[in-house]
Design a protein around this ligand. Structure first.
Ligand code: ATP
Ligand code: MG
Length: 568
């Protein structure tokens, strides 16, 4: 990550969060020889979302702060749900966010042999056994938080028989689901996870990395802690639901290794966003059933969706920093994410003029075929961005909603008899209106005041209340513009017991505007380019855009109009 940038964004005095406090205490005590090694461990069963992004920023951020390193490891223990497409998207997303993992990408599947050898070691030590009961029976025997579990009739099998059966499981002699390997811990433990958890299951499914080499796969709980151990992770930062798994991870390591070193697991609360869902299962359903245009639909809370919408990595890192870490689960308001987008885009996005819902303006006292060039700033926030020239002519387009025939007093845009400035150009006055048979405004006939040209007319500094954006009719190019709204109407669509989350989809979350009029320089815009359409918001060129068929996505409006609308 660009260190200059993060310094600029950080408030001068910042108190340590609870994870930083732990790390600093350990560093002061000389633990792990001062080494800090974190990891981000996604399961490649979906695209990453904004919640993952906060976890990525946290893990890579801590490594950077403490001169450490951060691994990227795929926890790929369930081949039936995993896919190389997800691997590629995750790698791309982490890089795009601005982070580089240490060394090669790691995979839990790299440790399958080691995990298997350890399982045999546990069998020989009488710490694991093969259970022939079906999954439902095993699950029913686990008991409840208040009642102890029931021991399996196979629990007393001797090591030799267990080893034989386990090897035959591995050799593919048994059908899927017919046997499992379980750890022999304690069926009466108050922690349900310690009631002889399953270590291995039979699955005759090819793995995208190990192919047909294995037909037994280790459970996540038997894999995760050891993977951290094998990599020398010092701080295994994870979300709160894993707190109860921690004793199990420790138990496995206690059976298997005798070093003093252990990865230290630290839990923090998930970050959730309002008006969306974060479950990969739900996101997958939206994609598969066509409610959205793929994982990177700009309305999705995925990193790829935010990128396609026009979010910058900087804005997402800023969001992660503002959200912070805590032990208490919180729902972060979507408007904070949008605020972060505006913060950064305001600094970097070139200003351009675009008219989304055009209405024609004719300046009756302006020479017919004349074109003059007016100079406008590219970005008032960034002097180095310079200026550009825009063609100005007799016929122009302005935004339909910038004109009102019967205007209230406070309406400072165009109305009959009132002067407004066309940004960077002249003061104009509407004289009369022409409408079609339905009464819809067709053309606004105006006059311009030749002495008021911005910058150099004798009356260039004359003030009027309203300034409008515009484009020259003959020079304008056309584009499609997609306006997005929240994907869901409900603040917490996944939080309803008796209603499917999809019933809360916002049917107005996408509005497509064809034939928008843009200043001519935008013909050179290419996918991924970001702009501020003046007075309208921030927009990004969509990936499906071509030079002849420009398509823009609205990233976010200029102001938080949404929370206002909601308050009404
Ligand atoms: P799954 O249900 O498939 O496990 P998951 O969201 O936990 O879904 P993982 O791929 O296991 O997905 O997540 C990778 C890492 O991201 C984990 O360490 C997890 O704790 C973290 N993470 C996931 N969701 C959030 C969230 N909303 N806020 C913060 N961290 C998250
Ligand atoms: Mg998970």
């Amino acid at each position: 990550m660009d260190s200059k940038h993060s310094e600029a964004e950080e408030p001068e005095v910042k108190s340590l969060n609870f994870i930083e406090q732990i790390i600093e205490e350990e560093l002061a005590a000389g633990k792990n020889d001062g080494r800090v090694l974190t990891r981000f461990p996604p399961e490649p069963n979906g695209y990453l979302h904004i919640g993952h992004a906060t976890s990525i920023c946290l893990n890579f951020g801590l490594a950077a702060k403490y001169n450490g390193k951060c691994n990227l490891r795929f926890d790929d223990t369930n081949p039936s749900k995993e896919d190389p497409e997800y691997i590629d998207s995750i790698l791309a997303d982490v890089r795009w966010l601005g982070f580089q993992w240490d060394g090669e990408v790691r995979y839990a599947s790299d440790y399958f042999q080691q995990l298997y050898d350890w399982a045999e070691q546990m069998i020989l030590a009488g710490k694991a056994y093969v259970d022939d009961q079906p999954a439902e029976v095993i699950s029913a025997q686990r008991g409840t938080p208040t009642e102890p579990g029931v021991e399996s009739p196979y629990r007393g099998r001797d090591a030799a028989e267990n080893l034989d059966l386990f090897r035959r499981m591995k050799n593919g002699e048994f059908p899927a689901g017919s046997r499992v390997l379980r750890a022999k811990i304690d069926m009466t433990s108050s922690n349900m996870l310690l009631r002889d958890p399953i270590m291995y299951r039979i699955m005759h499914v090819a793995h995208y990395r190990t192919g047909d080499q294995w037909c037994i796969y280790p459970m996540y709980d038997y894999t995760h802690g050891q993977s951290d151990y094998l990599e020398g992770i010092t701080h295994s930062i994870c979300t709160l639901e894993f707190e109860v798994h921690r004793p199990l991870y420790n138990w496995f390591l206690d059976q298997l290794v005798d070093t003093v070193y252990r990865p230290r697991q630290i839990e923090f609360a998930r970050r959730n966003l309002s008006y969306t869902v974060m479950s990969k299962r739900m996101l997958l359903e939206l994609v598969q059933k066509g409610y959205v245009d793929g994982w990177d639909d700009p309305r999705m809370p995925t990193i790829s969706g935010l990128r396609r919408a026009g979010y910058t990595p900087e804005s997402i890192r800023l969001f992660a920093e503002k959200v912070g870490v805590a032990r208490r689960e919180i729902v972060v308001d979507m408007s904070l994410l949008e605020f972060c987008a505006r913060e950064h885009l305001n600094k970097i996005a070139p200003r351009v003029m675009a008219v989304l819902d055009p209405v024609r303006v004719v300046l009756e006292n302006y020479p017919g075929d004349h074109t003059e060039w007016v100079e406008v700033e590219n970005n008032p926030e960034d002097a180095s961005a310079g200026t550009r020239l825009l063609p100005f002519s007799r016929e122009l387009f302005i935004e339909r909603e910038d004109f009102m025939e019967e205007a209230p007093k406070k309406f400072f845009r165009m109305t009959i008899g009132n002067e407004v400035r066309l940004k960077g150009a002249y003061i104009v006055k509407c004289e009369r209106v022409e409408k079609d048979a339905e009464g819809r405004v067709q053309t606004l006939f105006c006059t311009y005041d030749a002495g008021t040209r911005s910058g150099d007319g004798p009356d260039s500094g004359r003030k009027v209340k309203g300034t409008l954006h515009w484009v020259s009719a003959k020079a304008a190019i056309e584009a499609e513009v997609r306006l997005y709204d929240r994907l869901f109407k409900d603040e917490d669509p996944a939080g309803h017991k008796d209603a499917d989350f999809k019933t809360f989809l916002n049917e107005h979350s996408l509005r497509v505007l064809k034939h928008c009029k843009l200043e001519p320089g935008l013909h050179a815009a290419r996918p991924g380019d970001r702009f501020q359409f003046q007075r309208l918001g921030y927009f990004c060129v969509d990936k499906s855009s071509t030079p002849d068929g420009l398509i823009f996505n609205r990233t976010v409006g200029l102001k938080d109009t949404w929370s206002k609308q909601n308050a009404r």
